[in-house]
Design a protein around this ligand. Sequence first.
Ligand code: G6P
Length: 372
Amino acid sequence: AAADKGGWSSFMAKEITEQPEAVANTVRGRLVDGHVEIPELTALGDDLLREIDRIVIIACGTASYAGMIGTYAIEQWARVPVEVQLSHEFRYRDPVLSDRTLLISVSQSGETMDTLMAVKYAIERGVTTVSVCNTQSATIPRESDAAVYTHAGPEVAVASTKAFVAQITALYLIGLHLGRVRGTLSGDDARRAAEQLEELPGLLGEAVDTHDQIAQLAHWMADTRSVLFLGRHVGYPTALEGALKLKEIAYIHAEGFAAGELKHGPIALIDHGQPVFVLVPSPRTSPLMHSKVVSNIQEIRARGARVIAIVEKGDTSVLPFADDVIRLPLTDVLFEPLLQVIPLQWFALELSAAKGLDVDQPRNLAKSVTVE
Ligand code: G6P
């Protein structure tokens, strides 16, 4: 019913606007006196967390991109190798697992059959399992040794939005918890991350406010048949997520690339008028990456691309090369995806709406895939 959408035209629109609250709810109760403490992880025993020598994140779809983003933060803070495997690929490769492996599953519904089967496979091999899940008492968190709920509230639209930012947040909290217990996280980094987590809801609110600008852009681009997304570092999985959103709800061919990979193939796709969203890292915190991405923009622009640059406020370096500039508030590099994904979500939604499609119920897709 329209009432359930809180006045919005779709559940997806409502859920995009709920992201500041979703992230605040994920953090709530887990940040105490400037340090992260997740009681569900404490219950596993600090010795176990200290002895972990490898983390495997398993997930499907949007949750796998949250997982990819999580790898950068967890490795940085907990100094342990982290990789993401798609749930449905995991057990077919005869994965190398031991009692020092930690398996973290990420699933909004907690019922995705591929992910559940991967978790069971790991449990049978004596691996410790942690579930990052949005649905209280779903099957995956019940089967796992520990459940870290995201508390983003029910997500109705098939295309995931608020669950995604909450999943990234939960993975970051896990990284900060591990870093503290393992002694790999400096006091300064812990304080800085805690500050960022506290500021995040306000910053997400500003990112939500990009709606009108993006709606205008989508309106002009309603006939677009293909869109590319470029990012580096955590911007790369964010680019993949931006592309997935467009495929899911606007039925447009879209691809995300690591910006550095451009010259190894994808640049051949660039033709006159090809729209490319570029996620530009902050020049303050990532000057080297920033300059590389600005060169990538110049390269595609020289080949006729229509560049839509998503930048931090105050970054004027791309102005000469971008057709559109979307400005987001300042944050540290690891937190950029949480802000950058929001205009990408709006873009997919508005393009879907401009094409007259059902934003919440895309063809051929289910909210939760309970078959293998
Ligand atoms: C389905 C949905 C996606 C979702 C994926 C994983 O394919 O359409 O939006 O990302 O499942 O779902 P989960 O509930 O495990 O996060």
